[in-house]
Ligand binder design. Structure first.
Ligand code: FE2
Length: 151
């Protein structure tokens, strides 16, 4: 599987969210490496655990920023997040419970494709809204950095 690193085409108009997306792609790359190099169940399990946790953390942050920016398609976007998160958490739980077959190369490919497509298509659609507020110092991304946004 060819790995996809973060690049300019993934930019969504908010520095904090761009940095989250880099971290998520890095975690996916770590998961891929851990599997390819035959790491132990503990190591792979902990990488997928961090990935699942960060996915949740990032989605909540992104939803708060979209909400503060007045993005009109928030509900549909939230549903997409919910479905993605449920899949990642399900893989984590089953893998950590000992079901090793749940995390094969096909599943990692699927997660990678979902994640990259979600950023490139769905996240890209909120860009005009979050860009407006990211450019001035008091926008939602700055507020979120200070922990001032509640979803
Ligand atoms: Fe998103």
């Amino acid at each position: 599987m060819a790995w996809v690193a973060w690049n300019e085409s993934y930019r969504v108009g908010n520095t904090l969210l761009d940095s989250d997306h880099r971290i998520l792609l890095d975690l996916m790359a770590q998961l891929y490496d851990a599997m390819e190099t035959g790491q132990s169940r503990d190591v792979i399990g902990s990488v997928v655990g961090v990935l699942a946790e960060y996915v949740g953390h990032h989605f909540r942050r992104e939803e708060a920023i979209m909400k503060a920016a007045g993005f009109p398609d928030l509900d549909r976007h939230r549903t997409e997040h919910h479905d993605l998160e449920r899949q990642v958490v399900d893989v984590r739980d089953r893998y950590q419970a000992g079901e090793r077959g749940v995390l094969g190369q096909d599943v990692v490919d699927l997660l990678k494709n979902w994640l990259t497509e979600h950023i490139l298509v769905s996240d890209n659609s909120y860009k005009p809204w979050v860009e407006r507020v990211d450019s001035d110092g008091s926008g939602p991304s700055k507020m979120a950095e200070r922990g001032g946004i509640q979803s």
